[in-house]
Design a protein around this ligand. Structure first.
Ligand SMILES: Nc1nc2c(ncn2[C@@H]2O[C@H](COP(=O)(O)OP(=O)(O)OP(=O)(O)O)[C@@H](O)[C@H]2O)c(=O)[nH]1
Ligand SMILES: [Mg+2]
Length: 479
């Protein structure tokens, strides 16, 4: 049987996860079981899946002013010189960096990102097109994908960005920047200690800083003053940092943590050992904090994803299915009422007509009296069948009216679509359960399967707790 595009995607997702975190590859299978339950009930099409709606990889984005040292920082973090660096603006593309087991880094065009739901730029070209007409087609000139086999990349995606200068930025670049700020789990905003003066950065600050302050997720932004080795040649190096913080404060950023780092490999030599030691100590402290924030994401994502499995299962069982049952109740009620009215009208009409036209002779229906018994039976049968069809038709009519109501003022978004879809499936099926409490596909076996899935999510969370808290006190490194 030909595989659907979704099956193909899940297969790739699984093999990608198997390389870097086999326990999460297992979770994909649980999501697939959940898919099967949701499909059986009609909440989901064959081309949809819970597994492909999840951000499997936390995203760490590096944004900042041009030549601030973003790429140098990333190369050092990866332990490879993956990205080009230099004092001219060298990067004009956003680079999504993801783990790959190949020895050699691979580079793929932006289109690969646009069409692969594993990555956070899935269908970004449409978004760009709607904000900057004609630019959507040029996705390759804005985005590229690189894979690299650095161990630190396992379980995450990094994004390097072109130097940011809000004055000169094209609309599409601004759009992508905003998109990245939205989807990232952590955003490192780089500034350059060589140019911390407020004037030159105003517009950049406006976009990178001012836009981040009032966000709900503002604590995911880390503000980093890089290249502080350059400040030691100043008479008063502390003043450089103070000027930077004042500039940030003017943009409204008073809280939050500021980090001061530099790149050991790129730094100019410093003769004074005392100064060097102090600077290095400060750098190591801040860099350590930045790295632990990045590592924490891996822990968070494992909980987030298993939590999502439990939530999605419970949402199905405790929200969507009860609402589907409610919709079925309403359907049955409307169907009963409609059938009641129509059949009462038929009976009254028939009674009125037959009594007034004297068609009854005792229990004998005189218009049929002349017919042969077989024909009488046929006529009676036909009437029963016609009435049965009428009954079913009215039931459908009532169902359609409930479907319209669901579509009109049911739940918004995905849930609404799912409910309507499942309800429509119920309209089409001749369920053997005639009670409203038994929607199509909701058999005892399916119920037990869903309960078991939700319970296994619990067990997964316990496993994670064991792994991350290590109550046994053992510090053996686990996968
Ligand atoms: N002294 C010093 N130089 C640095 C440091 N980090 C980077 N550099 C140098 O600064 C220049 C720019 O570094 P990049 O890493 O290319 O900067 P970028 O932010 O990626 O630049 P764009 O991508 O062009 O915006 C390079 O020549 C680096 O060697 C640092 O901590 N100290
Ligand atoms: Mg760069």
């Amino acid at each position: 049987m030909a595989k659907t595009a979704t099956e193909e995607r899940i297969k790739r997702l699984k093999s990608h996860l198997e390389q870097e975190n086999p326990s999460l590859a297992e979770v994909v299978e649980y999501f697939q079981e959940l898919d099967a339950v949701a499909r059986k009930l009609g909440f989901m099409n064959a081309d949809d899946s819970y597994a492909i709606q999840i951000a499997w990889w936390p995203v760490v984005a590096v944004l900042g002013t041009f030549s601030a040292g973003k790429s140098t920082f990333l190369n050092e973090y990866l332990g490879q010189s993956l990205q080009r660096t230099g004092n001219q603006a060298v990067d004009d593309k956003f680079t999504v960096i993801s783990y790959g087991s190949n020895e050699e880094p691979k580079q793929l065009p932006g289109l690969a990102l646009d069409s692969d739901p594993r990555f956070p730029f899935y269908q970004i070209s449409q978004e760009i097109e709607s904000g900057a007409e004609g630019e959507g087609k040029r996705i390759d000139s804005y985005l590229q994908l690189k894979t690299c086999n650095a161990d630190v990349l396992k379980g995450k995606i990094l994004i390097d960005s072109p130097g940011f200068d809000a004055d000169k930025q094209r609309n599409a670049t601004l759009l992508i920047t905003d998109h990245i700020m939205g989807l990232s789990d952590l955003v490192l905003v780089f500034f350059d200690a060589r140019h911390p003066e407020p004037g030159a950065m105003t517009d950049t600050l406006e976009h990178l800083v001012a836009n981040t302050i009032n966000r709900q997720d503002s604590d995911k932004f880390l503000y980093i003053l890089n290249q502080i080795d350059n400040t030691v040649r100043e008479d008063n190096p502390e003043e450089v940092v103070a000027a930077w913080q004042r500039a940030m404060a003017q943009s409204g950023l008073t809280a939050g943590r500021f980090y001061r780092i530099y790149s050991e490999s790129a730094a100019a030599p410093i003769a004074d050992q005392q100064i060097l030691d102090r600077m290095r100590a400060k750098r190591d402290e801040d860099l350590g904090d930045i790295k632990s924030r990045i590592e924490q994401l891996d822990v968070d994502r494992a909980y987030r994803i298993t939590g999502l499995l439990e939530q999605s299962g419970k949402h199905l069982r405790d929200v969507l299915i009860p609402e589907l049952i409610d919709a079925r109740r309403l359907w049955f009620k409307r169907a009963r009422r409609l059938n009641g009215v129509v059949f009462a009208a038929i009976i009254i009409g028939f009674a009125y007509w037959s009594l007034s036209s004297d068609t009854w002779d005792g229990f004998m229906f005189t218009p049929m009296a002349g017919l042969a018994p077989a024909l009488q039976l046929l006529a009676g049968g036909t009437v029963v069948v016609v009435l049965g069809i009428l009954y079913a038709y009215l039931r459908q009519l009532a169902g359609r009216s409930v479907l319209r109501k669901l579509q009109r003022d049911g739940r918004p978004g995905k849930d609404g679509k799912r409910l309507s879809m499942a309800f429509e499936r119920n309209l089409e099926s001749w369920s053997k359960h005639m009670s409203a409490e038994h929607p199509h596909g909701w058999s005892g076996r399916t119920q037990r399967k869903l309960d078991k899935l939700i319970a296994s999510a619990d067990i997964l969370v316990q496993k994670l707790n064991d792994r991350f808290t290590r109550p046994s006190g053992s510090d053996t490194k686990e996968q």
